[in-house]
Unconditional design. Structure first.
Length: 244
């Protein structure tokens, strides 16, 4: 369906707001897809029979809201929709991707017993003893979307290193096999390391979104994981009710 762009001067809404609504309608119906270049300001002025100032304000506000993206010298495009992940719930990235109707794939970069960095060892009370560690790059439809850097308590998950994780993610395995009592979360936007930048395909000054999570069984930490995501293509969302 192609929504006709036509302003109604009898409506109470300002004209620039009507322009925004018309553009969003074109995107919502699929007439304009993510990555499509939209008509120029001049073309929209001619089509809508309104001022350049009105069109400019509408496009500027939609850009600020993340609906459109402006590229110097190239024009204005429909911005890609940011992939959203739950923050307050412990979820399996493979299930989230499948729920969007997309294809999940993963590459195991490291799967070993190792001495943890001092900060992780302190959190997991593992000073002087090794932990299990895995580093996994998750992709959605072939595009890298999450770098999982996970440490696991061998006392609570002794079979972790025996898993191949060919058919199941580490998160899926832990959710399925190890009951947890609580979890703590910390979210931050960080400057990526060179390795994170390369693995996640980050460009320029793009930040990495980091979700750090500690999962507990009683007072013991089952696992500590840092999940790194590309800042331009990922967002965290969540909802709660008053009785939770």
């Amino acid at each position: 369906m192609n929504i006709a762009l036509e302003l109604n001067i009898n409506r109470s809404e300002p004209l620039y707001q009507q322009v925004k609504e018309l553009i969003v309608a074109r995107i919502s119906t699929g007439a304009w897809q993510a990555g499509d270049r939209i008509p120029t300001e001049h073309a929209l002025v001619e089509e809508l029979k309104t001022s350049r100032m009105t069109i400019n304000r509408a496009l500027r506000e939609l850009t600020q809201e993340g609906v459109l993206a402006r590229r110097q010298g190239s024009g204005t495009f429909v911005a890609p929709r940011k992939l959203e992940s739950g923050l307050l719930e412990i979820r399996n990235i493979a299930d989230e991707i499948a729920a969007r109707g997309h294809r999940h794939s993963a590459v195991m970069l490291s799967h070993e017993e190792t001495e943890a960095p001092k900060d992780i060892a302190a959190i997991m009370k593992a000073k002087g003893r090794p932990l299990y560690h895995c580093l996994v790059l998750h992709s959605e439809n072939g595009a890298p979307i999450q770098l999982e850097d996970r440490y696991v308590n061998p006392n609570l998950v002794p079979d972790f290193l025996n898993q191949s994780f060919d058919a199941e993610t580490p998160s899926g395995f832990l959710i399925r096999t190890v009951p947890y009592s609580r979890a703590g979360h910390r979210l931050s936007a960080d400057i990526p390391t060179p390795a994170q930048k390369r693995l996640l395909g980050l460009k320029g000054g793009e930040p990495v979104l980091t979700l750090e999570r500690h999962t507990y069984a009683g007072d013991e930490v089952i696992t500590t994981v840092r999940l790194y995501h590309p800042g331009s293509r990922f967002a965290f969302g969540g909802a709660f009710t008053a009785d939770r």
